[in-house]
Design a protein around this ligand. Structure first.
Ligand code: HH2
Length: 348
């Protein structure tokens, strides 16, 4: 069954609708309608499996021992060729200094990557990838002493293992643990939190694979398959956050469609992460060509994603995003959400 909450409310509106019995809780608010296998129904008309699915949305699944509020993941690209910053944090000592600054600005997670995944990017050998990121991860882990967890943005199992040994705590894989036959087993054995992102093909081939009938439905189904594959290898659902992969095998109109229908992903029982920062659709919607000049549009898209059920934003501009998220969070009353599930209660 495909279950999609609709009619989302936040803050006071959510509380009144819950008090009147015309809504059910949804992490951070309430929802009044649901699309169940294509039919739109008021929540009062839900029964059977649809009602079970609806009730499961009331709490934000716990993930990575991080707080039950919107989280900001700061991007640290140790690459000479990233689309968004053109290698500004390329040198290891610069990267460590920037990482410490992002932590001081309020990042909840630091995401360290050594391979650009922009469309058409060339592959980086795992040895080279590790030479780029391991000194940075080790130095940041030492300096931060676990206060801000580090995620490693990689598709390679060997790099995941080396990064976890160097002090990373989370794996962020744009291939959803599907690129490398070893990675799902490794994440299962280590028991670490992991981000499974949706894409098709590889950064070199994905541009030609962005053909969808209903992009939200297809991305949800393909993420569900990635999740099932990871679970079959021993990964627990409570380890997983899911990401629709904005900009990865998605056309210009796919990103807005996916963000509008993010609630569809919540039914998979995991926290939802999105990376909208400086991405091409922000440029397309705003007419701003340079990625570094897309902060206002990125903030608007990030806050919109939070209002549609995302709870982790992967961003370049940490200070600005933390400020925007704190204000959004206070105004929309996230505090009133029913709470966090204990690990594994989400079904993993
Ligand atoms: N986007 C990029 C890289 N990693 N990981 C997740 N989970 N979600 C994303 O949307 C995502 C990601 C691409 O952005 P960036 O790191 O700025 O660029 P590059 O790949 O060129 O280094």
């Amino acid at each position: 069954m495909r279950f999609e909450p609709l009619g989302l409310l936040h803050g006071e509106d959510a509380r009144h609708a819950l008090d009147r019995g015309v809504a059910l809780p949804f992490a951070g608010g309430a929802f009044t309608l649901a699309r169940v296998d294509g039919a739109v129904l008021p929540v009062g008309a839900l029964g059977g499996e649809a009602l079970v699915r609806a009730r499961a949305l009331g709490v934000l699944p716990a993930w990575a021992d991080l707080p039950a509020r919107p989280l900001v993941m700061g991007i640290l690209n140790v690459t000479p060729d990233s689309f968004s910053d053109g290698g500004a944090t390329w040198a290891a000592n610069t990267a460590v200094a920037v990482g410490l600054r992002l932590a001081a600005e309020g990042a909840d997670i630091l995401d360290v990557g050594g391979e650009s995944t922009r469309p058409g990017a060339a592959r980086v050998a795992p040895d080279e990838e590790q030479a780029r990121i391991l000194p940075v991860i080790a130095a940041l882990a030492r300096a931060l002493g676990g206060r801000v967890p580090i995620s490693v943005d990689t598709r390679n199992a060997a790099t995941m293992a080396a990064a976890l040994d160097a002090g990373a705590a989370i794996v962020n894989d744009v291939s959803g643990l599907a690129h490398d036959g070893e990675s799902a087993g490794l994440v299962a054995r280590r028991g670490c939190p992991v981000v499974l992102m949706h894409m098709r093909g590889t950064p070199a081939t994905m541009a030609g694979l962005a053909r969808y009938g209903d992009v939200a439905v297809e991305v949800e189904a393909e993420l569900a398959a990635l999740l099932a594959r990871a679970e079959a290898a021993g990964v627990r659902r409570s380890q997983v956050a899911l990401d629709p992969g904005i900009g990865f095998a998605k056309g210009a109109e796919d990103a807005p469609a996916l963000l509008r229908r993010l609630p569809l992903l919540l039914g998979l029982g995991c926290r939802v992460l999105v990376g909208v920062s400086r991405k091409g659709f922000v440029g397309a919607l705003s007419g701003v060509a340079e990625p570094w000049a897309r902060l206002p549009g990125s903030l608007a898209a990030g806050l919109f994603a939070l209002s549609r059920g995302a709870s982790i934003l992967r961003v370049h501009d940490v200070a600005a995003t933390v400020q925007a998220v704190r204000v959004w969070d206070a105004l929309t009353g996230w505090e009133e959400s029913p709470g966090v599930l204990p690990p594994d209660a989400a079904g993993g």
